[in-house]
Design a protein around this ligand. Sequence first.
Ligand SMILES: [Zn+2]
Length: 344
Amino acid sequence: MKLFYHPDQERHAPATFLVRGQQTSSPEGPVRAELLRQGLDAVGLRLSAPEEVDSPRLRERLARIHTPRYLDFLETVHSRWRELPGASDLVMPNIHPCGGGHHYPRHPVGQAGWHLHDMACPIAADSFNGILASAATAQAAAEALLGGHGTTYALCRPPGHHAGPDRAGGFCFLNNSALAATVLREHFSRVAILDVDLHHGNGTQDIFYSRSDVWTGSLHADPSEFYPFFWGGANEEGMGDGLGCNVNLPLPLGSDGGAFLEALEVLIARMEAFRPEAVVIALGLDAHRDDPLAGMTLETEDFTAVGKRLSRLGQPTVLVQEGGYPTEHLGGNLAAFMKGFAGG
Ligand SMILES: [Zn+2]
């Protein structure tokens, strides 16, 4: 397996975010990558850096999944924000166009409210370079697959699956899994994205919701009780050409490994009916019982079983790291998944 990580990802390192009304230290920081690297080390897997971060082909592919104004916002908002009298170091919205909104503002406060869906996406001075490095890592893994590697892995942080065409959310800015699928679509006519993160992959769903060439499926904690709250119901099946190409399997809060693996079987069966030629796994590890985001109760060995099952898909596969937050188990959970994947 060929694995990728770019050290420039550390340039996005927001110290805090807002949860339940409290400004608190962010669980989505460079320490995550360090713990995940330790996990890979423990099973003898080595990471290589993509040759470059910014490139015309990365920009061109990102423009196929995100709007031009959103990409421009991510790149320019921090410097415009800092010119405002009394502005904080971190770009953080304080107003949102709830229920829609018809007018796209020029002002950075208005744009922050438009594009930053929640308070978990603070933008610091150097954030854009870190965010771009994460996307470049996903691109490198997908390109390596096209170059002849059967399976590749991208250690991406910040993660990506909550980022929609025009929106950041849930620590995510650029949708790394959607980008990997976009690269694969240049070679394969039918691509699937299977999301096993604790949270619904709402950004990925939105990007491909009207398309029949990229299937999206997610199993996740029930959004009636859990982030991202406004997406992830079983009745969201795609629309237009994409009708039937989106599958959501919400599970009760606190679900264990048995329930997770059962749902995974159902999701895989639905995906196989689509007959994909290549697969992107949006690989969250935050369903572990000790994860600070606390939604399910998987044990470390359950990730071995998940890895084993996914390795039997028999498809060219890109693994893209999504969630999974700092605990003493995070690295071990990735190691367990990789052991299962190699052993399956
Ligand atoms: Zn998650």
